[in-house]
Write a protein that binds this ligand. Structure first.
Ligand SMILES: [Zn+2]
Length: 203
């Protein structure tokens, strides 16, 4: 039975998710405060990998510290590699972060990590390399889709018309999907298709 823990981290309250199944763990978007993530792991649990929905500083801040600890692979879409490695491209006001560890490509259609099968949907618009990641009946939407809204398109490598195209993908997905966004509360795809103005006006 898969268990999902949500930990809010850092000034921007990014949702870091721990996906746990039979002692194996995936960490999605460890944005800050590695110590808080370590506290949420049990002694006998094994971290298989870190998976990033995109390369923004508020989603990657604790990656290098966790890699030093666990020596686990880190998956990121190659189109966000440049952004993730450059403090300047990745800055928002006085905030920034950069990735130094090696990465593995997070790409369509499937990425298999141990016993976890990730269905990957590339969804550019918020950043060029933003991805939606489906595991079973749940989907991690990063900063593409939030409950009642969508991510901004005005940062480096953001693009509004690509975002519009990316959002169309939700029309073809299972409305029963439970969505876990990069910020704020989880939601159901059905509710977003019914109420999210950014999905409604595109339908
Ligand atoms: Zn972002």
């Amino acid at each position: 039975m898969m268990e999902i823990q949500r930990i809010k981290l850092g000034f921007f309250a990014v949702n870091c998710y721990l996906i746990k199944e039979a002692g194996h763990v995936l960490i999605i978007d460890p944005g800050a405060r590695a110590n808080k993530i370590l506290e949420a792991l049990q002694e006998q649990e094994h971290v298989e990998a870190i998976v990033l929905t995109h390369g923004h500083f508020d989603h990657i801040g604790a990656v290098d510290a966790l890699v030093n600890q666990f020596h686990c692979p880190v998956y990121l879409n190659p189109k966000d590699e440049e952004l993730a490695r450059d403090m300047h491209l990745n800055a928002l006001g006085k905030f920034s972060a950069a990735l130094h560890c090696k990465t593995m490509p997070l790409e369509e259609p499937i990425v298999q990590i141990g016993s976890f099968q990730l269905k990957v949907f590339e969804a550019p618009g918020h950043t060029a390399g933003s991805c939606l990641i489906q595991i079973g009946n749940v989907m991690f939407t990063g900063d593409v889709l939030f409950k009642g809204s969508i991510g901004r398109c005005d940062l480096y490598s953001g693009n509004e018309s690509e975002m519009r195209r990316s959002l169309k993908q939700f029309q073809k997905m299972d409305p029963e999907l439970i969505l876990y966004p990069g910020h704020e509360e989880p939601t159901m795809l059905q509710d977003e298709l019914n109420h999210n103005p950014f999905l409604k006006e595109r339908s």
